[in-house]
Ligand binder design. Structure first.
Ligand SMILES: [Zn+2]
Length: 80
């Protein structure tokens, strides 16, 4: 399963990672409400890919979110 992160603001690709199994806790998905999950995560079973909305560093900066905790960010969970 491939997980593909892209910026929901500018559409830029942020990262893609390959996982054997989707560990929702490790990926931080367990923190999402049902609505957030539907909005943020789109699964494509045909290509075995999950598309996850996030924000890239430059958009975080532009939006002035750098000092705040973004709604959800892979940087704070899996990638670092
Ligand atoms: Zn962006």
């Amino acid at each position: 399963m491939k997980i593909f992160y892209h910026c929901s603001c500018c559409g830029e690709a942020i990262a893609d990672i390959e996982v054997d199994q989707v560990d929702e806790v490790k990926l931080g998905f367990d923190c999402l409400t049902g609505d957030e999950r539907q909005d943020i995560i789109k699964a494509d079973p045909a290509s075995n890919t999950m598309y996850v909305k996030s924000l890239c560093d430059s958009c975080v900066e532009v939006l002035g979110l750098a000092d705040e905790q973004p709604l959800w960010s892979p940087q704070t969970t899996y990638l670092h």
